[in-house]
Design a protein around this ligand. Structure first.
Ligand SMILES: Cc1ncc(COP(=O)(O)O)c(C=O)c1O
Length: 406
């Protein structure tokens, strides 16, 4: 080992932040593919569609027009105006441009929010199953994630009792995500109001509503977001959204949020010392996404729905799996608890979702994400933002691999 490498020391802040299980399983799948195995990767949550052409054209036009300078830290005037209009049109929420922050993906909005507000030991209540990154972002910002269990029987929704029990004097935030990754959980307005009722007694607790899957919904009900649904909480809610999922724009890295001015100002200060703002060309593309024709979103959602239906029907028919159709997002989240205790042809006994995911990768050449990554150890996640033919073949192989268990 070189002297420089020997002297390397990670900051205390980063200790314990390891490569996520999602990335680990993707790496395993990549290696197996490189060895020539016919792997179907259903691990990553990103649309398999191309970004719609009118959005790409807007980026090309911005580049050609010389829109290539440092943008304002909090976002271009054009994109902030488009975001204000999006919230008015789609969510019945009125904001002014100084209540908007544009960042390098929704992920950076989350980072800015926690970096700007958490002191060491401050707590963030996070319902499980959760998107894996939530915990690590909170930890990197010196906070403490407080995970609250939910149950499949409650549709993976947090209950008022569970929320009340999780709140302590150190609680700064409740982080909500609906439709949720990985469970697809959604709330009706009544369910959300009931779940959030305890916050009336805790005025120092803020709500971060991660609405990134807003448009990917199959339940037919209205979209429900805290600031609109529970107006009493509006002055302490940060509403997070972005273009990555709805417009197949994961690589453009544009997310945005709206909230009270002092919070947005603090998050803008954090962003000013990290990225200085999101890419100017990607912001021009996001303006086209939010203000242009919206039919492309509905077209993609119709395909996600077909895939959800075909995967849920196929997997629910497999003895040992249970796969009710989720209300939104582009994942299905079957329970594999019925496979625990069964034996693989190689003689191993399956005792966890991680065992099941490893078995499916080896025996069926299908990469899924074990629920341990999301705080839900009896489930695994399949991304339906994958080609329909791949999903059909994957289901066939999963069924065959499960049938080979004794
Ligand atoms: C629930 C949730 N929030 C936020 C993000 C991050 O979105 P972005 O790609 O805009 O950073 C993801 C991405 O997987 C997600 O699943």
């Amino acid at each position: 080992m070189s002297t420089a490498a020997a002297a390397f020391r990670r900051s205390a802040r980063l200790s314990g932040i390891e490569v996520s299980l999602i990335v680990q399983i993707s790496e395993k799948a990549r290696e197996a593919k490189a060895r020539g195995e016919p792997i179907i990767g259903l691990g990553t949550g990103e649309p398999d569609f191309h970004t719609p052409q009118h959005i790409k054209d807007a980026a090309a036009a911005a580049m050609a027009a010389g829109d290539t300078r440092y943008p304002p830290t909090a976002g271009t005037a054009a994109l902030k105006a488009a975001v204000v209009e999006k919230f008015r049109r789609e969510n019945d929420l009125v904001f002014t441009p100084d209540q908007i922050l544009v960042s390098t993906g929704a992920k950076q909005v989350l980072f800015n929010a926690f970096f700007a507000t958490l002191d060491p030991g401050d707590e963030v209540v996070i319902p499980a199953p959760y998107w894996t990154s939530y915990l690590d972002i909170v930890r990197v910002c010196d906070g403490v994630p407080v995970v609250v269990e939910t149950s499949a029987d409650d549709g993976f929704r947090i209950t008022a009792e569970a929320l009340r029990a999780a709140i302590t004097p150190r609680t700064r935030w409740l982080l909500l995500n609906a439709p949720g990754n990985p469970s697809g959980a959604t709330y009706t307005p009544e369910q959300l109001r009931a779940a959030l009722a305890p916050l009336a007694d805790h005025p120092a607790v803020w709500v971060l509503s991660d609405d990134i899957y807003e448009h990917i919904r199959f339940d037919g009900g209205p979209f429900v977001t805290t600031a609109a649904c529970v107006p009493e909480l509006r002055d302490r809610t940060l509403t997070l959204n972005g273009v990555s999922k709805a417009y197949a724009m994961t690589g453009w890295r544009i997310g945005y949020a709206a909230g009270p001015k002092p919070l947005i100002a603090a998050m803008t200060a954090a962003q000013g010392q990290s990225t200085s703002g999101a890419c100017s060309i990607a912001q021009a593309a996001a303006v086209a996404a939010l203000t242009g024709p919206q039919a492309c979103v509905a077209e993609m959602v119709a395909v996600y729905r077909e895939r959800r239906d075909l995967v849920c029907a196929a997997l629910d028919a497999v003895p040992g799996l249970s796969c009710p159709p989720p209300g939104g997002a582009f994942y299905v989240f079957p329970s594999c608890a019925g496979l625990f205790g069964r034996r693989t042809p190689g003689g191993a006994v399956l005792t966890s979702a991680m065992d099941v995911a490893t078995y499916l990768l080896e025996a069926a050449h299908v990469a899924v994400v074990p629920g341990e990554a999301f705080g839900a150890p009896e489930h695994f996640r399949i991304s339906t933002a994958s080609a329909t033919a791949d999903l059909q073949e994957a289901c066939r192989r999963i069924a065959a691999a499960c049938a080979a268990l004794s």
